[in-house]
Design a protein around this ligand. Structure first.
Ligand code: 6GU
Length: 254
């Protein structure tokens, strides 16, 4: 996969892309990153990338010309990949929300071009005539799209074949099966009087799997009842959830 990022603050990307799993993915040739400074595509004396809003009001708006020129220049130099599966994504709080499912869809592309919005917003023509998708990473406001672009990149790249080693499996992880993960423990077996649940040291793999599944269901019901609806539970597992609600009512004295 090729990922191009268009930003007014390209230096922000040096850290996250230069370490850990993302760096390994680059070294393995699974992904390559190109970070572009939008300001390099301005032509006025002051290299201005923003301007006042038509109609007035506080806050600056990102100008269309440098962003169009940056993206189109890179596309024009691209060669063959232009004919592959591409998406031009504007990072904006107004976009569709990044979910695990959205990350899985993006992981199918050959080329992602990520435009980091800034100031009070971007000129509407960027979203209308340049971006093919708009993504937000959640319901809160960031100072710019850079951190959001890093989050999208991380969530997508780790899904690409070969990026995670055998010890970093994609199976069983939170959100893919609609359930949160079960509790994890490692050595020591007793830490400050707190013991690892006995079942995990029993060596009974069947019972361990059952315990983990049950813990996942309980956790999800307690913490994220909103995603529990999407989980595929058998009738016995639905009973566990029902028992939990009954328990809750009893605790409240109903
Ligand atoms: Cl993509 N951009 C900004 N500025 N704020 C956000 C966001 C994006 N996603 C959530 N909040």
């Amino acid at each position: 996969m090729r990922i191009d990022i268009f930003s007014l603050f390209p230096e922000m990307f040096a850290g996250p892309f230069g370490s850990s799993i993302l760096k390994r993915a680059v070294d393995q040739g699974i992904v390559n990153f190109n970070i572009h400074n939008i300001r390099d595509y301005t032509h006025d004396k002051h290299h201005s990338a923003d301007d006042y809003a038509y109609g007035g009001g506080a806050g600056m708006v990102m100008k269309p010309e440098p962003v169009f020129e940056a993206v189109e220049t890179v596309q024009a130099q691209a060669g063959d990949i232009i004919n592959r599966k591409c998406s031009v994504i504007l990072l904006t709080p107004q976009g569709r929300k990044l979910t695990q499912q959205a990350a899985e869809e993006l992981a199918k592309y050959d080329w992602l071009l990520l435009i980091c919005g800034h100031y009070e917003g971007v000129d509407e023509r960027i979203r209308e005539h340049l971006a093919t998708d708009e993504i937000s990473i959640g319901d809160y406001v960031l100072t710019g799209g850079e951190l959001a672009a890093m989050v999208v990149t991380d969530a997508v790249v780790r899904l690409l074949p070969g990026v995670l080693g055998s010890g970093e499996s994609l199976i069983n992880e939170s959100h893919t099966g609609g359930l949160l993960e079960y509790p994890h423990y490692t050595r020591p077996e007793v830490f400050r009087d707190w013991s690892v649940p006995e079942i995990l040291t029993s060596g009974n793999h069947g019972e361990i799997a059952k315990w983990r599944r049950r813990q996942s269901i309980i956790r999800t019901a307690q913490r994220r009842p909103d995603i529990l609806k999407m989980a595929e539970l058998n009738s016995k597992e639905q009973e566990i959830v029902a028992d939990l609600s009954t328990q809750k009512l009893e605790e409240k004295g109903v």
